[in-house]
Design a protein around this ligand. Structure first.
Ligand code: M6R
Length: 615
């Protein structure tokens, strides 16, 4: 993971590096560091923690150099310490690195046996020592960088600077994203375009094996390992919903939860078309092309995106009658999935569009000739560029590490895909309604999300009751099962309380052994007549073992579930097809308030990062 940024130009580099690092913190915030080539040599400042700590450290100092590199770290090799923070160095060379050098141990041992002295536990340091050694053997700086690349195994990118500002800044892409952006005063290179200042209007996404030499006068040369490459700049489209800052909200996560009604309104307005008073679902021509005639859907994703994929399976299979298989991307890529280009469509779910395992799964399908569709939030991301077609989540930027509004957008879009693929007859048979009626119901859901948000007092009471517990179980059936998994993930990732989600019928197959007096069990109850009584039975099974039952259901069934629960929330009634979209809101709020009661850093939970670019 990690975020890297470099600048070579006519202006002082430091302010751009610091600003860029703040934008890149979603990739990791264990430590941060910069190196600026400042006339007489390199000046390096590093600190444990986020960029704000680094900023405090450099405040009051003047850095005039126009060439510099910066890094925000998510620790992989070596603990969180200043020694392991980047930039790492050897001789006159400084490096910031994203990704992993898999054969680091062998390289380190070989370098040490020939006298190299290491100051960190990082794999990064091996790269800079190798380049330094090549220079000592007489190669130029760029030639030395190029010569060590074949020795390094793994997917990574790095920026390397020489203490002499007359030397170029060297950027290398070997599998971790890197973008080049230029403007009137210089050239930027970074893991993500959000790190570029507003004056950068176009960018070049670098490709695997690109190596770029960047000079302070604005010239740059893109080379591959063995030839010169031409690339066409693309205009940067800044997200129109990119409202930065928390505004009046205490945390990004809370702001993002509250943005959901407006977000869903926007998504439905752009995806539900009204023509001559008839409603239908529409996507871009590319997306409609890959969806047409599909006979089997393979969904891949990680974390929350995987849970959204499971929800998609329930909805697409029932609405459209098309088989859907869902895989955790890191499993899919290392098993031997049987892929059929004639019938399959691979759908990659990813907020960031940069998750290493999801990208690998997408590439596997593409290499097998299977059409690919990416549901991504980050426009211009690798998944968006590499898939045959893209459906944007249109959630606006999500800064909280916990995915909230992007989950809602994913499950809404997967429901829309199910409705798009469904025949009119099947819809009538399964839902008892016409497409028209179902889509009209869907258009009313944003208002129900607003109502769900207004139930915050009840949610806060529940969160308070969870403040001191050590384990929470979530359960649900049908579309509520993936929600139970997601509710548990939200709670554990930001409140650090152990939580698990189960299908309602599964508890007695093992997890019930965990239930003792006072164990909180949170039940999700969509107003589905087929399932509601089954759920109530499952709840009673936990109750007889002493569970502290918390239930979230609809006003219609309040009687049934509140009579057996210690605490309950009754949400506005709506068709079961859409109910999990509404119940997602109190689940997110519950996790949020619990973490706040426990005094935790909600937007930056320990050990995590927003974008997981290593496998
Ligand atoms: O960007 P992606 O959707 O591919 O990210 C996948 C997971 O890393 C992500 O959903 C993660 O589980 C979230 N932190 C959960 O809130």
């Amino acid at each position: 993971m990690c975020g890297i940024i470099g600048y070579a130009g006519l202006s002082p580099a430091l302010p751009y590096l610091l600003k860029g690092l703040e934008q890149l913190e979603y990739r990791g915030y264990d430590s941060a560091g910069v190196a600026v080539m400042d006339g007489g040599g390199a000046r390096v400042v590093k600190s444990v923690g986020s960029t704000s700590r680094l900023k405090e450290k450099v405040s009051g100092q003047t850095f005039t150099g126009g060439l510099g590199i910066g890094h925000t770290r998510w620790a992989t090799h070596g603990g969180v310490s200043e020694e392991n923070a980047h930039p790492q160095s050897a001789g006159p060379l400084y490096i910031v690195h994203n990704g992993i050098v898999e054969n680091e141990r062998v390289l380190r041992e070989e370098l040490q046996s020939r006298g190299a002295v290491f100051f960190s536990e990082t794999d990064t340091e091996t790269i800079v020592h190798l380049v330094h050694r090549a220079m000592e053997e007489g190669k130029s700086f760029p030639e030395s960088v190029r010569s060590v690349l074949p020795l390094l195994e793994g997917a990574y990118s790095f920026l390397m600077a020489h203490a002499d500002p007359a030397e170029p800044l060297v950027a290398v892409h070997r599998g971790a994203p890197l973008l080049l952006g230029s403007c009137s005063h210089g050239v930027f290179v970074a893991s993500d375009m959000t790190a570029f200042p507003g004056e950068v209007h176009s960018m070049i996404p670098l490709e695997v094996d690109d190596m770029v030499l960047i000079r302070c006068d604005g010239r740059f040369e893109i080379l591959s390992l063995d030839d010169r490459r031409e690339r066409k700049p693309e205009p940067i489209r800044r997200n129109p919903y990119a409202v930065h800052g928390k505004g009046e909200f205490s945390h990004y996560m809370f702001k993002e939860i509250c943005e959901q009604p407006a977000m869903l309104d926007r998504i439905l307005a752009s995806r539900i078309r009204r023509e001559e008073e008839r409603l239908s679902v529409c996507f871009s021509p590319d997306a409609e092309k890959v969806l047409s005639g599909v006979r089997r859907i393979r969904i891949v994703g990680c974390g929350t995106s995987y849970h959204a994929g499971l929800f998609g399976k329930y909805r697409i299979e029932s609405l459209a009658g098309i088989p859907v298989e869902v895989d955790i991307a890191s499993e899919f890529r290392y098993r031997d999935p049987v892929l059929d280009p004639a019938s399959d469509l691979l759908v990659a779910l990813t907020q960031s569009g940069e998750t290493a395992d999801t990208l690998a799964a997408l590439r596997m399908a593409r290499d097998a000739g299977v059409p690919t569709l990416a549901l991504v939030n980050a426009e211009g991301s690798t998944a968006a560029r590499e898939a045959d077609a893209t459906i944007l989540l249109d959630a606006g930027p999500e800064f909280g590490v916990a995915a909230t509004k992007t989950f809602l957008s994913q499950i809404a879009l997967l429901t829309l895909i199910g409705l798009y693929l469904a025949s009119d007859d099947r819809l009538r048979e399964r839902e008892g309604k016409s497409r028209e009626e179902i889509l009209s119901d869907f258009l009313k859901i944003p208002a129900l999300l607003d109502k769900a948000l207004s139930l915050s007092a009840g949610v806060i009471d529940i969160a308070r009751s969870l403040g001191e517990v050590s384990t929470v179980l979530f359960m649900g059936r049908g579309g509520d099962f993936p929600l139970a998994l997601e509710g548990a993930l939200k709670l554990k990732e930001i409140s650090y309380i152990h939580a698990e989600g189960y299908a309602g019928g599964e508890l007695k197959h093992g997890p019930l052994a965990l239930v003792e007096k006072g164990t909180p069990v949170i039940s999700l109850l969509s107003p589905d007549e087929k399932l509601i009584l089954k759920m109530v039975s499952n709840m009673k099974e936990t109750l007889s073992r002493g569970a502290f039952l918390i239930s979230i259901g609809s006003e219609r069934h309040q009687e049934e579930f509140s009579s057996v629960s210690s605490m309950s929330l009754a949400l506005p009634d709506c068709p079961p097809l859409f109910f999990p979209l509404v119940s997602a809101v109190p689940l997110q709020l519950m996790a949020y308030h619990t973490a706040c009661f426990r005094g935790l850093d909600v937007d930056r939970p320990r050990n995590l990062a927003k974008s997981v670019t290593v496998e």
